[in-house]
Design a protein around this ligand. Sequence first.
Ligand code: NCD
Length: 309
Amino acid sequence: MPRLASKDVLRADQFTKDEIATVMELAREYEKALKEGRELNVMTGLVLSTLFYEPSTRTRLSFETAMLRLGGQVISVAEAKSSSASKGESLHDTIKTVEGYADVIVIRHPQIGAAQEAAQATDRPILNAGDGAGQHPTQSLLDLYTILKEKGTADGLTITLAGDLKNGRTVHSLALLLANFSVRFVFAAPRALRMPQEILDQLRNKAIAVQETEDLGEGLAQSDVCYMTRIQRERFDDPAEYDRLKDLYVLTREQVEAAKDGIIIMHPLPRVNEIATDVDTYPGAAYFRQSANGVPVRMALLALVTGRA
Ligand code: NCD
């Protein structure tokens, strides 16, 4: 079994296929334990610190739930921007401080590379919970877990990623993680929000087929998974540009009914207008199941990086 002890989780493309399988297996075990109401004490005596410099509901709360469910404890700064950072403290100094309090640190920050910078400041495992428009590796692991649960396998699937592929860190990480499987991608995005070239290049190197289109319908007709994303308002310099693009893709119930049989709809959430609310009752609407999967997957990650599993 690959050892993840003391490792940081910074990017989705850092994982080997064996490591991915280890996380998935352990997450399945923990999900089963949770279902059976078994109390776990894997993390007894350990403290997790969550440091969030950007808003979060699911990521922070599911990490904290994960730690508590494993018998560990949590100290949390939900609005890290208004803590010492507002007084001018560097990220380095904040991390040096927090390492004196906590055994493992989860960080979300608006700057690309911030988690990497945090990792350089400490020997404590750092988990990247989103670095600006960079990556969101733990989300991609729970997304993969969801796909495996809903579809049985990732191999052979056609997967549409739609919306803000330029600024969306969830889709950057998910595309790279899924490149470990034999998938085909449809990237549905307006020209201005295309998937970054660097990621397209990495996929090409792994011989992953990618079809780029501006037409979401093209993806829906052939996909087993449609992963919608929010247009990332906070990443736009020009509000008029945001207004022009924000409602370009609104997935309707009619579109879902006409899509490929058995399609599942995913979304990292929060949703704004990208998915009409009457899609929620479609059996393949997986986004709330997806967000719940964050708990067992993050339990697995926390236990692995702290060497408790
Ligand atoms: C996303 C994020 O913060 O990157 N949400 C999440 O973590 N589940 C997606 C988003 O904000 O649109």
